[in-house]
Design a protein around this ligand. Sequence first.
Ligand code: UDX
Ligand code: UDX
Ligand code: ADP
Length: 466
Amino acid sequence: MTQVKKICCIGAGYVGGPTCAVIALKCPHIQVTIVDLNQNRIDAWNSDELPIYEPGLDEVVKEARGRNLFFSTDVDKGIAEADLIFVSVNTPTKKSGIGAGFAADLKFLQLATRRIAEVATSPKIVVEKSTVPCRTADSMRTILEANHRPGVTFDILSNPEFLAEGTAISDLFAPDRVLIGSLQTNSGKAACAALAEVYGNWVPKDRILTVGLWSSELSKLAANAMLAQRISSINALSAVCEATGANIDEVAYAVGKDTRVGAKFLKASVGFGGSCFQKDILNLVYLAESLHLPEVARYWRAVVEMNEYQKERFSRKVVETLFNTITGKKIAILGWAFKKDTGDTRESPSISIANHFLDEKARITIYDPKVTEEQIWLDLTDEGTKSAEPIKPHISIQKSAEEACKDAEAIVVCTEWDEFKTLDWQKIYDNCPRPAFIFDGRLMLDRAALQKIGFKVTTIGTGDGL
Ligand code: UDX
Ligand code: UDX
Ligand code: ADP
């Protein structure tokens, strides 16, 4: 059986970076090189200021970096030296062309695959790590076989990553499962065993699942779709709670106690965000449509539609509560990341909510403990494709929650950062005009305590908020 001695990971992002840093930490006998075309990103990985915020990541990188973990922009050298290559590049939803708005854009993946074919002079195990539509491994194999040098062979594996941002390191240390998909040929099974052995250095054997390539690819989409579906289900019920006076936390608690349902992922919210859920469901919708399964496509599309509805409903509620207009009013948004403990803002509900407030001509102050001012501007200008000038007078980005809330007519909590629980709410109240409104989009604040101070509190999923 091939023994993996050198690993190369193409793509030093939220997935490739933490995953391969943990592999290096847990497998000191394997050399791990993470490569990326983006020089700034690689420089950051080689510095004390890592390019992504993830609890516990600094310690992992500090211990392994320079020992058996390396970050480099020399993609070709990384490929040439490795026995096993993770492809962990970005696969965003296509913005134009066939499948725009649904299908994954595989251009980065295909470019990386071509590079492997061109550079490799020895056999490689190529592992797709990025979330991809089903059958991508097949197209990777076609590209590799059509472009490889004589005598060089490739085995393709699918090894989707299930880590969640904010808990990436603990997820990687103790995964619920590691999934490896391979062709059921002798060489496919041998490649699968070689990768399983790498994970076997710290993951118990019964958690390493080996399946066919297509099952592995579909399982990743299915897992994310079903997780997102739970959130849309609970968010749909939160609207019923608000209309009836039931309490969504109580409902979720009661439902979650059924072991067939389980308690996790039933927290009502302003809506789910992140780079995966929406993208993966839309991939599934696109797949179902391509397979002429319109009912299946419609079913999953409803999960995303419910999420859009929830974000919109929350924004509308703010406007209605503030006597049907927020024009010229100052509104504080607390939290810009799509969840706590990450600086990632991809598909963050805060962006949609802020855009809604901007449409209503409100003035917005924003605070997030981990998101940079530069990133917030990128998010508000569609990655810099729209001019910031028209919105500049309406936006101010602050360095603390207190500053952001000063003089605000409404405070809107969008991300569940722990620090929002322990703010000096009395002091904040004293600095707000009356009536002082607070909207808890994460059901995280002590509602009774805030009401005692004098705030008018509206919480998602509770009926008596107004
Ligand atoms: C259900 C609830 O389980 C129970 O808590 C409630 O009090 C009444 O409704 P019941 O309808 O008796 O109970 O049986 P259940 O085991 O839930 O099955 C319902 C249907 O779902 C059956 O047709 C069953 O075959 C089907 N099912 C169940 C599946 O198709 N797949 C499954 O994984 C589980
Ligand atoms: C998700 C999957 O959990 C992970 O397994 C996969 O590898 C990548 O996609 P991630 O997007 O990083 O991970 O975070 P996750 O914790 O799943 O949260 C996604 C979104 O759902 C966040 O906006 C979060 O706030 C929201 N959410 C989550 C809820 O609104 N309620 C919940 O109960 C759980
Ligand atoms: P993810 O959340 O999937 O990890 P990211 O966008 O955080 O996605 O990271 C993907 C990384 O892949 C980016 O840093 C990008 O520069 C890198 N990348 C994309 N294409 C290539 C390529 N052909 N070669 C090397 N790196 C690439």
